[in-house]
Design a protein around this ligand. Structure first.
Ligand code: ADP
Length: 448
């Protein structure tokens, strides 16, 4: 086991990783930008190193500075959290070259899954069902036209290097295709510096259901069930839950079993999430995230496993401690992503947090790094906390969530708490009847 781990991240996820380390008796090193000197992850770490000025590219993405921080402090491994360098294959390689363990999969697996076309090809070869679409990148509009006719409208044009829902455009008919292609290419170029796009069937009313996996890189892997992340705004998840209101246990075992088998064949190491769209009883692979996800606590609530400790354990070379039959699920969990944003316009609301009162009680978990007097800097993601609630049943979970949201107070900045207070009262949410478009429709409805 490691003696000291550097956490190449900030905010709630840096704290999350630190908590896992502390329980394992591992020393922690925080890195931070000059904007984060007062941040909670810096205060709670055993040691901290400033790695640069506020813009992420100069600090949290500054690979030489982070490698130096490992060398100065003697950290043997790096936990990348999510975002920032967590899916950067070159970073994983550079650490390896310096004799530092990257807590996550091999650079090769990160690279394959980071290229969406390669990822789809790999998934298909491993027996995972994929969305019908082009086998590779699309060169020009005449090729796009031919492909789209084959696939059938509507089609979705997506960036090969995509992420965060950018570079994605729908064409409902041939008349839309040329503009959709050009827009997707220019968005992709601007966001990722790579204008390659591909085409797939646009599913009209799917749910987003993802499977959590854990592997040891030595051919052992299990699945930890699914999460339903259909409630999205601009392709960004807002609310996540497990189990999915749409699946029964036979369906879960079927898709989970397939994914776990694929991970065994790959020799996948660490945690990962295989994302699907689910429509009319069918699963369609869209992508794999080769890292810990924001919504991982939902799975922890149902399985009782600490996913970060499991990541650290397999990264240290230990074999996976579980066979699939050792994994059991109990109850229901929901996570709400609390952002420092206006709950109507979603405009960011950085600034000073004047007061915080967090909910508590049975089945309530808060993962957050804010405190009264803390100044939320304007440079980073607006996620300031996650409220995760557990209940024996979905109904109990919803009742508890309603109660917890009524206790949650954050003063000084605007937050999305009022949005969740509205959502828990909606009959479609209570019934579990929602797809990936539900939230956008809800938000565009005139307010009562
Ligand atoms: P990103 O990496 O940019 O997040 P994903 O491929 O994960 O892109 O897709 C993000 C979201 O976009 C999905 O959760 C879903 O809401 C929507 N989406 C992606 N592919 C399709 C598709 N073929 N049909 C309909 N919606 C899609």
């Amino acid at each position: 086991m490691f003696d000291k781990i550097l956490i190449a991240n900030r905010g709630e996820i840096a704290l999350r990783v630190m908590r896992a380390c502390r329980e394992l008796g591992i020393q922690t090193v925080a890195v931070h930008s000059t904007a984060d000197e007062e941040a909670m992850h810096v205060r709670l770490a055993d040691e901290s190193v400033c790695v640069g000025p506020p813009p992420a590219r100069d600090s949290y993405l500054n690979i030489p500075a982070i490698v130096s921080a490992c060398e100065i402090t003697g950290a043997e491994a790096v936990h990348p959290g999510y975002g920032f360098l967590s899916e950067n294959a070159r970073f994983a390689e550079i650490l390896t070259e310096h004799g530092i363990k990257f807590i996550g999969p091999s650079a090769e697996h990160i690279r394959v899954m980071g290229d969406k076309i390669e990822a789809k090809r790999t998934a298909k070869a491993l027996g995972i069902p994929v969305v019908p679409g082009s086998e590779g990148g699309v060169a020009d509009v005449s090729q796009a036209r031919m492909l789209a006719r084959d696939i059938g409208y509507p089609v979705l044009i997506k960036a090969t290097a995509g992420g965060g829902g950018r570079g994605m455009k729908v064409a409902h008919s041939e008349a839309d295709l040329e503009t959709a292609l050009a827009t997707a290419q220019s968005e992709a170029k601007a966001a990722f510096g790579n204008d390659e796009v591909y085409i797939e069937k646009y599913l009209s009313t799917p749910r987003h259901i993802e499977i959590q996996v854990l592997g040891d890189g030595q051919g052992r892997a299990v699945h930890l069930g699914e999460r339903d992340c259909s409630l999205q705004r601009r392709h960004q998840k807002v609310w996540e839950e497990a189990h999915s209101p749409a699946l029964n246990s036979a369906q879960r075992e079927e898709i989970g079993g397939r994914v776990a088998q694929a991970m065994r064949e790959l020799g996948y190491e660490g945690v990962g999430t295989v994302e699907f769209l689910y429509e009319n009883g069918q699963f369609y692979f869209i992508e794999m995230n080769t890292r810990l996800q924001v919504e991982h606590p939902v799975t922890e609530m149902l399985t009782g496993l600490d996913l970060v400790q499991e990541q650290i354990s397999v990264a240290s070379g230990a074999a996976l401690k579980y066979a699939q039959s050792d994994i059991s699920f109990s109850g229901h969990a929901i996570e709400c992503r609390i952002n420092a944003e206006n709950p109507h316009s979603f405009a960011p609301s950085p600034g000073r947090v004047d007061a915080v009162h967090v909910p508590g009680g049975l089945g309530v978990r808060i993962d957050s790094a804010i405190y009264a007097g803390y100044r939320i800097p304007p440079y980073y993601d607006s996620l300031i906390g996650k409220l995760i609630v557990f209940g024996k049943t979905r109904t109990e979970c919803l009742m508890r969530l309603r109660r917890a949201l009524s206790e949650y107070v954050i003063e000084g900045v605007e937050t999305t708490i009022p949005l969740f207070q509205r959502l828990v009262g909606e009959s479609d949410i209570i019934d579990g009847h929602y797809d990936i478009h539900w939230l956008e429709h809800f938000l565009h409805r005139p307010s009562p």
